[in-house]
Design a protein around this ligand. Structure first.
Ligand code: MUC
Ligand code: MG
Length: 393
């Protein structure tokens, strides 16, 4: 048999390589809205949810592999201007056409190109970014955290967030969480009521349970400077351990003043969407912690930039939530598992707030911890019957 020249071997290699690349080609992107009931109403500063709406995005490759991501906001457009309906319009009409026909291994390039067709739209972009990470990792038979650099932790402290609730109901819920799930820290939503009354309610709660658990508050940017300077010291005296975004997002001066004046750690949430905003918080020393949400930052790649900036500036990141279901939660856990800077625990309790799950094996919680799922991709497998059941018609 005639031996093949190096020239042909080289061409064969090129062909094999291009076959593999073709396997990774994205052939379609689909999305559907899920409406999943909550175990109890969750009260935010300006609205109350009884159902979590989730945009489920799937990225399908030529090799038969599918990856999933969730587009999700806490309680609707009040938080960041997007809703599942706006996300669906962006994904179907504008983002999907950029993906189709490209290899999923071009993820960074695809994400950069999305910026040319959609400004902001970060929740929608996050769903697409996560679905591509899941598909690519599954195609390589590795976990998403492997793609992101490998494992730095396998479990995290998990804070349980209470909605805006009357005192007795809140105490009952905290006792139940301690007894059943071993939660050691709780976040209390504030900002809905009149500040003096809101403060009295939380201080009272701290007197009842504060010696056993860590209490944090999230005011969702609802207080002005004077209100914050008036009431935050009372909350500090009551033993609150973390103040999350007391004042408006754009007002870093006031956030900095609060951070300077108090011994309580201050966390920036609404103030940090983009890497540039994270840098501004670092430069102005406006906070001690950044609420890192893979959703509001627009996906895992952008979140890595936020984490790097925080770490370089000496700030910790908290693995925060937009009340994702199991898929979005798995994505944030894969991120936290691979990112040292997520050193201030997590509040990724979304799946426990849902009345039902739509993955085969739900996210695992025990002893106040949430466990990073194992297995390829995000580490969760979809239950298609449940998905179909919760899909909006
Ligand atoms: C937020 O502002 O942090 C996360 C949990 C929760 O109750 O509200 C969200 C959003
Ligand atoms: Mg917040």
């Amino acid at each position: 048999m005639k031996s093949r020249s190096p020239f042909f071997r080289c061409r064969d290699f090129g062909r094999i390589e291009s076959d593999l690349m073709a396997d990774l080609t994205i052939n379609r992107v689909e999305s559907r809205i899920l409406d999943v009931p909550l175990i109890r109403p969750h009260g935010f500063a300006t609205t109350t949810s009884t159902v979590q709406h989730i945009l489920l995005v799937s990225v399908h490759l030529d090799n038969g592999v599918t990856g999933y991501g969730e587009g999700v906001v806490p309680g609707g457009p009040w938080w960041g201007g997007e809703s599942v309906e706006t996300m669906k319009a962006l994904v179907d009409g504008y983002l999907a056409p950029v993906l189709v026909g490209r290899e999923v291994s071009e993820l960074a390039g695809i994400m950069a190109d999305l910026e040319r067709v959609v400004a902001r739209g970060r929740y929608a972009k996050a769903a697409v970014d996560v679905a591509m990470h899941d598909a690519w990792a599954r195609a390589l038979n590795v976990s998403v955290r492997d793609l992101l650099g490998g494992t730095v932790r396998t479990e995290l402290d998990c804070t349980w967030a209470l909605g805006v609730l009357p005192l007795e109901v809140a105490v009952e819920e905290i006792e139940e969480r301690i007894a059943t799930w071993g939660n050691r820290s709780f976040k209390l939503k504030m900002g809905a009521g009149e500040p003096a009354e809101d403060t009295r309610r939380v201080a009272e709660l701290a007197r009842e349970v504060g010696d056993r658990v860590s209490l944090r508050i999230d005011i969702n940017a609802r207080w002005d400077r004077l209100t914050a300077l008036r009431y935050l010291p009372e909350l500090a005296d009551a033993g609150i351990e973390l103040f999350e975004q007391p004042t408006p997002a754009d007002d870093l001066e006031t956030l900095r003043e609060i951070t300077r004046r108090t011994n309580v750690s201050v966390m920036a949430d609404e103030s940090v969407w983009t890497p540039a905003e994270a840098l501004a918080v670092v430069k102005s020393q406006a906070a001690d912690v950044i609420a890192l949400k893979t959703t509001k930052h627009g996906g895992l790649l952008e979140s890595k930039k936020i984490a790097a900036i925080a770490e370089a500036g000496g700030l910790a990141c908290h693995g925060a939530t937009s009340l994702e279901g199991p898929i979005g939660t798995a994505a944030s856990l894969q991120f936290a598992a691979s990112t040292k800077a997520v050193s201030y625990g997590t509040e990724l309790f979304g799946p426990q707030l849902l009345k039902d799950t739509y993955v085969v094996q739900d996210i695992e919680y025990r002893d106040g911890l949430v466990i990073v799922p194992q297995g390829p991709g995000l580490g969760v497998e979809l239950d298609m019957d449940k998905i179909n059941f919760y899909t909006r018609n």
